[in-house]
Design a protein around this ligand. Structure first.
Ligand code: GLY
Length: 317
């Protein structure tokens, strides 16, 4: 396939408070860089943006370190319910799965729904879809997440959210985070897509719906594509992903769209992060949380946001 556009890629593995130790940050960096390398190679080989973001999400879901797929956090009743969304920017088409259980890769369900008439399914509908697709039942629970839940149960679930990444030592109040994984890509044909997947915020009420399977948390058009991470309720209140994309469509450069949206979010005391790419290949990220676990390929090199200053920040990669 003739390469018209230089592909671009950015991924995230959550946002939250400081990682506990340097070991934690190094291991997260390695995981993120590995995924960037693998997916960027696919984009260079001509993979389209939609399948590339799904494959990237799948790799992140399979990494027990992150709160999506295997390694998802448990809800208040001790069950895992996962949500994921895919948005194809070229077709401006959203599909998502909400609170699905016992499946390895929720993002694959969102991908399947892209071609359907009913493109967002929740609980019962999601279970029916699993049956129709004859996907083998899969338990995404890890020992660490189970221990984390049991510890939290002793404290009567008084923590706002579970840890952003599953660390070898159990996470504590000081490094509680807001996990989700996300992938945004511009392919060699100039097409954009975004995918996001999450186990939710952890310890939440049954039936709580995450931003990750809403246009607030995952949105794309032919102008820009965005994936968010952080406290879902904050992301929904700002309608963050769609807000940034609409600003770009209305003529604001991506960097300025991030800056303006994050200034507003900071003023409103929100706690989250976002990654994005526009049709010109500009990569951007922003956060109001202490850290954003993101890595990207800008066509020349791989870089990440793990050493960024604490607190509110936006940047163009
Ligand atoms: N952003 C993930 C969640 O709040 O569910």
């Amino acid at each position: 396939m003739q390469q018209i556009v230089q592909p671009k890629l950015i991924i995230h593995g959550g946002a939250g408070s400081c990682l506990k130790g340097k070991g934690g940050a190094d291991a997260v960096r390695q995981s993120l860089h590995r995924v960037v390398q693998e997916i960027y190679a696919l984009l260079l080989a001509g993979e389209n943006a939609s399948s590339a973001v799904v494959k990237g999400c799948q790799l992140l879901e399979d990494d027990p370190r992150f709160n999506a797929g295997t390694g998802s956090v448990l809800q208040s009743d001790g069950h895992i319910r996962m949500s994921a969304a895919l948005m194809d920017g070229t077709r401006q088409r959203f599909s998502g799965i909400i609170n699905v259980s016992r499946v390895k890769n929720p993002i694959l369900l969102a991908q399947t729904l892209q071609e359907g008439d009913d493109r967002v399914l929740s609980d019962y509908g999601a279970a029916e879809l699993l049956r129709e697709l004859q996907l083998p039942p899969y338990d995404p629970t890890t020992e660490l997440r189970l221990q984390e839940w049991m510890l939290e149960r002793k404290g009567d679930f008084n923590r706002a959210m579970a840890g952003v990444v599953a660390e070898r030592e159990l996470v504590t109040e000081s490094n509680a985070g807001r996990g989700t994984v996300g992938v945004v890509a511009l392919d060699s044909q100039g097409q954009l897509a975004a995918a996001t997947s999450t186990g939710g915020k952890g310890f939440e009420r049954i039936g709580r719906v995450s931003d990750s399977a809403m246009p607030a948390g995952n949105y794309a058009s032919s102008d820009a594509a965005i994936s968010c991470t952080g406290i879902g309720e904050d992301i929904i209140d700002e309608c963050l992903a769609a807000r940034i994309v609409v600003r770009v469509t209305d003529g604001l450069p991506l960097g300025q769209a991030f800056e303006r949206s994050f200034l507003e979010a900071h003023r409103n005391q929100r706690d989250f992060g976002a990654i994005g790419i526009d049709a010109h290949g500009t990569i951007a990220w922003g956060k109001t949380s202490e850290v954003l676990l993101a890595a990207y390929h800008n066509g020349q090199t791989i870089a990440d946001t793990l050493n960024a200053d604490l607190g509110m920040q936006t940047a163009v990669g």
